[in-house]
Design a protein around this ligand. Structure first.
Ligand SMILES: [Zn+2]
Length: 339
């Protein structure tokens, strides 16, 4: 009996083991079919298929990954920032030798355009309350050396901004008649693109379209415009002056006549400016008279606005007089400011 019981017990154990095995296998099979093991063992097609059905989300999560790629493409776009340093050497290239010391580029802006669309560019030095305006090249290429003087002054003052007295702002209009300058240096380069003398197109009581040529420059047929202030160069400059309200204006010409105060008759403050300039230079003052009748003039219009204004004639048509007249010396600039 004992043996029979032993065998019976043994048989039950075997059956139990088998039952457990079958249950275990069934559970494994079920789990396998559910794909649960796939995650664990990382094998079996179901996992990719499952994730394939989830693709839309992964693709959305990969779309952010393109964002890093744009952000590299955005890193080139900061490269315009490095590009502006390269622009700095660019602006320095025009000035030949003193390139390294010319680090401070003067503030410049365009106040308008000529008949042919060339810019009227001003350069500003200092930031004092008393504004001084110097204009160059109103007679274009025939007085090209005045524009050359402007360029020399711009370069020199960029290197020596301390020359500007603290109470002053000095504004240089590099060339009033860029179209004439672009035509070369002949007689036909004095007027603008409409053959108008831009120094005779201003709204003064004596404006005329045609003036007597006796004693005047007559190298090429010019006129005073269709009416006072008819030319774009004059319109822009007038607007600029009305807006900026400089208290003194020097219009630089060439050549030889000296310093001519504006006004009809000469305006007292313009005379004071002429005297102040004569005191620190050797330009003739009172000016040389040729018998020419000056009409519709810029300095006269400026004086009629209550601005001290003079025409200043350089020595000849070739030189800038930069060193001869000590244009850049503080006494000269201060002299101009002692009005
Ligand atoms: Zn002139």
């Amino acid at each position: 009996m004992a043996n029979q019981n032993r065998w019976r017990t043994f048989g039950r154990v075997v059956v139990l083991v088998w039952v457990l095995n079958v249950i275990g296998l069934a559970a494994l099979a079920f789990a396998f079919l559910r794909g649960g093991f796939g995650n664990v063992f990382s094998f079996g097609a179901p996992v990719p298929t499952a994730s394939a059905t989830l693709r839309p989300q992964p693709t959305q999560t990969t779309t952010p990954t393109p964002l890093p790629t744009p952000s590299p493409t955005l890193t080139p776009s900061p490269s315009p920032v490095p590009a502006s340093p390269t622009a700095v050497p660019d602006t320095q290239t025009p000035t030949p030798s003193p390139t390294p010391s010319l680090a401070p580029t003067p503030a410049s802006s365009v106040i308008g355009h000529s008949v042919e669309g060339r810019p009227l560019q001003v350069f500003t030095f200092g930031n004092g309350p008393l504004k001084r305006l110097m204009v160059f090249g109103i007679h274009g290429g025939s007085e090209w050396n005045t524009v050359a003087l402007a360029d020399e002054l711009i370069a020199h003052l960029s290197q020596h901004p301390e020359l500007i007295p603290p109470e002053n702002t000095l504004i240089l209009l590099r060339v009033v008649n860029p179209d004439g300058l672009a035509r070369g240096r002949g007689s036909d380069s004095r007027g603008n693109a409409h053959n108008v003398d831009l120094n005779r197109n201003w709204k003064t009581p004596d404006w005329v379209e045609q003036w007597p040529l006796k004693g005047c420059w007559s190298g090429y047929p010019l006129n005073g415009g269709d009416g006072p202030g008819s030319e774009p160069e004059v319109i822009w400059l007038r607007r600029f002056i009305v807006a900026e309200k400089p208290e003194a204006i020097i219009s630089v010409h060439s050549a030889a006549l000296g310093i001519l105060p504006g006004g009809m008759p000469p305006y007292a403050r313009s005379v004071s400016l002429a005297e102040a300039l004569a005191a620190v230079s050797d330009y003739p003052y009172p000016p040389i008279k040729t018998g020419c009748e000056y009409t519709g003039q810029f300095a006269d219009w400026s004086s009629l606005q209550g601005i001290a204004a003079v025409d200043l004639e350089l020595t000849d048509h070739e030189h800038t007089d930069l060193t001869r007249t000590c244009w850049c010396s503080p006494p000269y600039l201060r002299g101009a400011s002692n009005l």
